[in-house]
Design a protein around this ligand. Structure first.
Ligand code: CP
Ligand code: NVA
Length: 306
């Protein structure tokens, strides 16, 4: 059985086919509505952390495809506390057709998948955010008409989003440059895991300290919060460490003249990105957010469809 836990488990051909499917489902939806290819199917959604985009895109995505979703919030099932993850996975497997889970510890989605008789989708863990980057690459492809040969510069924390972006860029032929302060780079284990794909696709991957060095010649400038969910206790030291790691007009000037600005959201305006960039003509941020719906539908159709 296939799960969608990180892009590590999926081949380049499969991921490119998923984006073709996302584009097709989007076109079908905009032309009047999707066919009910998941009629009668139910998705359980487990959330250990808050969410707007992930929750709504999976719930509405299931509805558009003829199915439905059941929300299991932070205080409801007590993943690993009230009940063992292995037991939760086995109970849900007899009642629903798929499980989407947003967790802290990445091992918890791995554990769910190990015991589940239905596909498990990672709706964000501390280490990966694979569903987000599928929406991101759909957005990039829509905007530029291609992905191969572009350059994405990521400014900020080498977190879950950055790690998944590295895999995404390697699979889609996009050069990836990340600028992070010392101590906040993408974990070496993630870089090592992505290296075979990076080498196969021959993308350029660079890790630098100065945002300007990453942004030079970029087609896409991308950032994410300096303080991810679960890191609230580190807020003071993180705000100090990331000062200057901001997408603003001066940084955009270093990128290509037609470069676009991306952010997975939620954004902390005035921190990692300015209002001017968020609301300016170069941002594709809300198109990117809306594409969560279409990208998630493709994942659901692939995993839960017959
Ligand atoms: N980008 C994203 O995953 O948003 P939510 O946390 O609101 O789901
Ligand atoms: N890196 C952020 C992404 C939020 C969608 C976090 O984990 O909180």
């Amino acid at each position: 059985m296939r799960h969608f836990l990180s892009l590590d488990d999926w081949s380049t051909d499969e991921l490119r086919a998923l984006i073709d499917e996302a584009a097709a489902l989007k076109a079908e939806y905009l032309a009047g509505g999707n066919r009910p290819i998941l009629k009668g199917k139910v998705l359980a959604m487990i959330f250990q952390k808050p969410s707007l985009r992930t929750r709504v895109s999976f719930d509405v995505g299931m509805q558009h495809l003829g199915g439905s979703a059941v929300m299991l919030g932070q205080n409801e099932i007590g993943l690993g506390k009230r009940e063992a993850i292995s037991d939760i996975a086995r109970v849900l497997s007899g009642m629903v057709h798929g499980i989407m889970a947003r967790v802290f510890d990445h091992n918890h989605v791995v554990e769910l998948a190990k015991w589940s008789g239905v596909p498990v989708i990672n709706g964000l863990s501390d280490d990966h955010h694979p569903c987000q980057v599928m929406a991101d690459v759909l957005t990039i492809r829509e905007h530029f008409g291609r992905t191969d040969g572009l350059k994405l510069a990521y400014i900020g924390d080498g977190n879950n989003v950055a790690s998944s972006l590295l895999f995404m860029c390697a699979h889609f032929g996009i050069d990836f440059s990340i600028a992070s302060p010392p101590g906040y780079a993408i974990p070496q284990a993630v870089v090592d895991a992505a290296m075979p794909v990076i080498q196969r696709s021959e993308i350029e991957f660079t890790q630098v300290e100065r945002p300007e060095d990453a942004a030079t010649g970029a087609d896409v400038l991308y950032t994410d919060t300096w303080i991810s969910m679960g890191q609230e206790d580190e807020a003071g030291e993180r705000i100090a460490a990331f000062a200057g790691y901001q997408i603003n007009a001066a940084l955009l000037d270093q990128a290509k003249p037609d470069a676009v600005v991306m952010h997975d959201l939620p954004a902390y305006r005035g921190k990692e990105i300015t209002d001017e960039m968020m609301d300016g003509p170069r941002a594709v941020i809300f198109q990117q957010a809306h594409n969560r719906l279409h990208a998630q539908k493709a994942i659901l159709a692939r995993l839960l469809g017959s």
